[in-house]
Design a protein around this ligand. Structure first.
Ligand code: HH2
Length: 266
């Protein structure tokens, strides 16, 4: 059983990719990625999440050697300065990133718990309906909150039984979910946090700049105009018991998290 953090944490997104939906192409050169990672450290980030393959709907798959070449040097350079997670669905990339200094596997496919158990590192159990290729075609649930929470509990039970100590529950905002599904999952984050905390686990929420934030109230906001929605939903999640938010905009998110930490208990 891992320790639940006593203050809300901020995970900074660092995509070493040409095609991620927001930061794609900005940090493809290792030096640019490392510089951005260190800038996030200066802004107060708790974990830098390094990814070498976009998980957006319809993204092109990346070959293993290419993903390794993107991720490993960046993890190696950042790990002495900050806790690093690796955002991958490939066991070989997870293994190489951990060898380079990562201590958390952020797994959007929800399958890498045996690797986390074997290596003795933490694991993010994220819920996704469908594959990266088809997940947004027509996501369907009878009861999205009950089904996603039950799936996460089952994933955590398997991982815990295999020996993973640090387990993060993530409902996977935007991963096989409609706007309404995302809003329902956010509205019920307190129940997920209660369930996770009872087991000694923790909750991670990633809403940053996602498409549903641009579609609220009939609007159609481009990704550049979704900072306010990102901060509002991250703050909402933290106030309702989430332990960490995954964000592109570290400085304002750190400020929001510190405000949540300072609020008087109800
Ligand atoms: N969202 C994205 C990627 N990884 N991991 C977790 N645990 N939770 C999330 O919500 C999550 C995630 C998508 O965001 P991003 O990395 O910015 O985009 P892309 O997948 O296009 O690289």
């Amino acid at each position: 059983m891992a320790t639940v953090p006593t203050r809300p944490l901020v995970m900074g997104v660092l995509n070493v990719t040409p095609d991620s939906f927001y930061d794609g192409g900005r940090y493809l050169a290792p030096d640019d990625a490392i510089e951005h990672g260190l800038a996030m450290v200066a802004e107060g980030v708790d974990i830098v999440d390094v990814g070498g393959e976009s998980s957006r709907p319809g993204a092109s798959p990346v070959a293993e050697d290419e993903e390794l070449a993107r991720v490993v040097p960046v993890v190696e350079a950042l790990a002495p300065a900050v806790r690093v997670s690796v955002d991958t669905v490939k066991p070989s990339v997870a293994v190489a990133a951990v060898a380079a200094g990562a201590t958390l596997i952020n797994d959007v496919a929800g399958t890498l718990w045996p690797v986390a158990a074997e290596l003795g590192v933490g694991w993010v159990a994220m819920h996704r309906q469908g594959s990266a290729a088809d997940m947004q075609r027509s996501p369907r649930y009878d009861d999205v909150v009950a089904q996603v929470h039950a799936a996460l509990l089952a994933m955590a039970a398997r991982a815990g039984a295999a020996g993973v100590e640090e387990i993060w529950f993530d409902p996977g905002i935007g991963f096989g979910k409609t706007v309404e599904h995302n809003l329902s999952l956010l509205a019920h984050v307190a129940e997920l946090a209660d369930a996770a905390h009872t087991l000694g686990h923790t909750v991670l929420i990633g809403t940053s700049r996602k498409r549903f934030l641009g579609a609220l109230g009939g609007a159609s906001l481009p990704v550049e105009d979704r900072l306010e929605g990102s901060l509002a939903t991250a703050t909402f999640a933290l106030v309702h018991g989430a332990d960490m938010v995954r964000v592109h905009d570290v400085a304002p998110s750190v400020l929001a998290a510190s405000l949540v930490a300072e609020r008087p208990a109800a």
